[in-house]
Design a protein around this ligand. Structure first.
Ligand SMILES: C=C(O[C@@H]1C=C(C(=O)O)C=C[C@H]1O)C(=O)O
Length: 465
């Protein structure tokens, strides 16, 4: 389903020093975009949604202070199934041909922009591309505002209210069952199953007595995880350390993560890093993930640089093995429009960082053993511009704010066995975390690793400073 207005005027202007929109952190410019009781959205120019759903409308992709924030909904497409990338790409390209663009800044992310969040799996799961009415961006010290459709201006920023004490309950796959699922995967991998790695996840529900404002999470996450990409698209909010793919002209870049350790028994960060680099199990997990990305990206590139050795990425909650892969698109793909970022993302998703090796068998095993709908967790999330440039991360360390008309337990949402309806005033949120499993994984360790990965989003919900 798509909504596409007729008037398509896009204007990008630089915001110069001295302008009130220049100084603050990008996220501080986001107005309150929770739906109000009458269905309108505070802060958007026209907050009505074609399908009448009430979702948090904050849009964000911010890392180290640079990135994009957006609000209002000028147009959107909701899609699903194996053709979700192609549908979204075709819709976006069509929409862009109908736009009159007046862009005085001309950087990646200026002119028309769509924020996107795509389902992990071909089925089930819903995907969305949202074209905001207002985008404010920053790159290398240059700040700009883009208005789409009309001369919308920024709205007064309403204060962020705390959502109140958080209550947790089991989702579709509680941690205790997750242990069993991991143990079963290990049994199969040691037995006849020809799978080298599978990434299994579980979920957790959280409810808040007051409605949750995505900005409450975004501010906390970006302050505590500045080297992650703090995102919000269509109610999916998180801070991912993993860059699936960035395209800037004919250059592409990815940060592949796999192999994790976390603080325990007083071990300091340097010791954790050394253990991780010296661990054959973690090195194997990492190699599968890098190889899957490189194999699917290589046909599009004339050069692809894959580091021989991973480095260690330090976050507050965990350390990861990381490889920064970069490439140059070959002439054919770069010039003929065959390599829009959405098409490239479709080619590389899911890498073995969130799927497994071999991909198709691992994804089948995930469906069988998890037996839950991941929705957009572990799917691609990010933004794309009118030239096919943009950035997509893997939606990790995140939570889906359930729309109030789609409470958990609803078969379409398929989100859990917890409360059968959302709280009447507050919010229900679904959190996810997962781990790469190989034949010598220890189920107890994997459960502990998943808990460590849940910390950032749990602490953001609880307002831990
Ligand atoms: C699946 C997740 O993370 C992925 C799995 C990792 C691992 O198993 O070591 C590390 C980073 C991510 O690629 C998650 O955070 O939910």
């Amino acid at each position: 389903m798509a909504t596409t207005p007729r008037v398509l005027t896009v204007r990008t202007r630089e915001i110069r020093p001295g302008d009130p929109l220049h100084a603050p952190d990008l996220l501080e410019l986001l107005p309150d975009s929770r739906p109000s009781r009458d269905g309108s959205v505070d802060g958007s120019v026209d907050g009505s949604r074609a399908d009448g759903a009430t979702k948090d409308m904050s849009l964000s992709w911010v890392s180290h202070g640079d990135g994009l924030v957006g609000w209002g909904e000028f147009a959107r497409i909701d899609t699903a199934g194996p053709d979700r990338f192609a549908d979204a790409d075709a819709w976006w390209q069509r929409l862009c041909t109908r736009m009159e663009v007046d862009d005085e800044v001309r950087l990646p992310g200026t002119g028309p922009v769509a924020f996107a969040s795509l389902a992990f799996d071909d089925r089930p799961g819903r995907s969305a591309l949202v074209v905001p009415e207002v985008v404010i961006g920053q790159r290398d010290g240059v700040r700009w505002i883009t208005t789409i459709g009309r001369d919308a201006v920024s709205k007064p920023v309403a204060p962020i209210r705390r959502p109140g004490p958080v209550r947790y309950s089991d989702g579709r796959l509680p941690a205790t069952s997750y242990r069993e699922v991991v143990a079963e995967a290990v049994r199969r991998m040691r037995g006849p199953e020809r799978i080298s790695k599978v990434v299994l996840a579980h979920d957790l529900l959280a409810t808040t007595p007051e409605p949750l404002d995505a900005r409450f999470l975004l501010h906390n996450l970006s302050r505590r995880y500045p080297n992650c990409w703090t995102f919000a698209v269509d109610g999916l909010v998180g801070a991912t350390p993993e860059l699936l793919l960035e395209r800037n002209g004919d250059r592409v870049r990815s940060r592949v993560l796999a192999g994790t350790s976390w603080p325990r028994d007083g071990a300091d960060d340097d010791l954790l890093a050394k253990e991780l680099l010296d661990s054959p199990k973690n090195r194997d997990e990492h190699a599968y993930a890098v190889e899957s990305l490189a194999e699917t990206l290589r046909p599009y590139c004339d050069t692809l640089n894959v580091p021989e050795e991973p480095h260690v990425l330090h976050l507050r909650n965990v350390v990861h093995l990381a490889s920064d892969v970069s490439g140059h698109l070959n002439e054919y793909y770069a010039r003929n429009g065959h390599a829009s970022l959405l098409r490239l993302v479709a080619a590389v998703h899911p890498t073995a960082a969130v799927g497994g090796t071999p991909t198709a068998d691992a994804v089948r095993l995930i469906g069988e053993l998890e037996a839950m709908n991941r929705e957009r967790y572990a799917g691609p999330v990010g933004w794309i511009d009118g030239d096919g440039n943009g950035e997509f991360g893997i939606a990790l360390r995140c939570a889906q704010i359930q729309p109030q008309d789609d409470p958990p337990g609803n078969p379409a949402g398929d989100s859990g066995s917890g409360p059968q309806s959302g709280p009447s005033e507050g919010s229900t949120v679904r959190l996810f975390a997962g781990c790469g499993i190989v034949a010598d994984s220890d189920p107890d360790e994997e459960v502990a690793e998943a808990q460590a990965k849940l910390l950032p989003i749990r602490e953001a919900l609880e307002g831990v400073r």
